[in-house]
Design a protein around this ligand. Structure first.
Ligand code: FES
Length: 275
């Protein structure tokens, strides 16, 4: 597998558009330098607040799409679940507003060196980075199946783009308000077998990632997962994002999710302590 990546830059991005889908808000931001180097699985760290109210800590936002070229030279899209004060402020930005971003940050999803069947699993706004990854894999000739889940229909993201490119899309919600009723991971084993998958990629809460890792192990395939950890700086300085993971010598140590991750092999993470 290969990956990509490039050192981060600081960029003042203009909001090109804001779109609400259920309980989620996606922002498309004009940020040509970040867009040029971003890869699926990476994130940006956004400053929260204006000049008079800016918070010291930034918010980490997975990049859900990046375009290069076109009338605005380059854009990145992020998906926000406006649950707390900072994310609500970000979700309230509208066209023409400016956001201070650092990115692209973190390790991207490693891509196969050639066509390779892959199952992609996302819960909630984790559908953002997975949609972009699906497009990248399909463009490389890999068949993909997508499993999208959420607690409820209004928190689903990425169903329509996935349906345009995936061999099959399975939707599940915990409360049964869309698709099948049940946890996101209920459909993963069937998808792995049906597609003959060689790898699973996942994005979402730790419990979902942990279960995806277990299922991949049962099928003797790899699982690459994008972890969500509290990230105050995004550049490896503050140590707010530590998680226990196996390292090269087989032992465990605390690694920084923002630098060594957010994408990690699921089997490396000691999920009981992380969750
Ligand atoms: S977010 Fe600061 S070290 Fe990872």
């Amino acid at each position: 597998m290969t990956d990509g990546g490039h050192g981060p830059v600081i960029e003042t991005a203009e909001v090109f558009g804001a779109h609400r889908a259920g309980d989620l808000v996606s922002l498309t931001l004009i940020a040509p330098e970040i867009a040029e180097h971003a890869r699926p699985g990476q994130f940006v760290a956004a400053r929260v607040g204006d000049e008079s109210s800016a918070e010291v800590l930034r918010r980490a936002l997975f990049i859900a799409a990046a375009t290069t070229g076109g009338a605005h030279a380059g854009t990145v899209t992020v998906v926000i679940a406006p649950r707390r004060a900072g994310s609500r402020w970000l979700a309230g930005r509208t066209a023409g507003d400016r956001l201070d971003l650092v990115g692209p940050l973190g390790t991207p999803f490693p891509l196969p060196s050639g066509p390779s069947p892959a199952v992609l699993v996302a819960h909630g706004y984790g559908g953002g980075p997975l949609s972009w990854l699906a497009q990248t894999l399909v463009a490389q000739g890999s068949p993909v199946e997508v499993v999208l889940g959420a607690d409820t229909a209004s928190e689903l993201y990425g169903e329509q783009p996935a349906k345009r490119i995936a061999e099959r899309v399975t939707v599940l919600t915990t409360d049964g308000s869309a698709g099948r009723t049940g946890p996101t991971t209920d459909a993963v084993s069937d998808a792995i077998v049906r597609l003959g998958a060689e790898v699973v990629y996942a994005s979402g809460p730790a419990a979902v990632l942990r279960r995806v890792g277990e299922l991949a192990q049962e099928h003797a395939i790899r699982a690459q997962v994008a972890v969500e950890a509290p990230m105050a700086c995004g550049i490896g300085v503050c140590l707010s994002c530590l998680l226990p993971a196996r390292v090269g010598d087989g032992g465990f140590r605390l690694v920084r999710a923002c630098v060594e991750g957010p994408v990690l092999e699921a089997g490396r993470v000691r999920w009981g302590e992380f969750a």
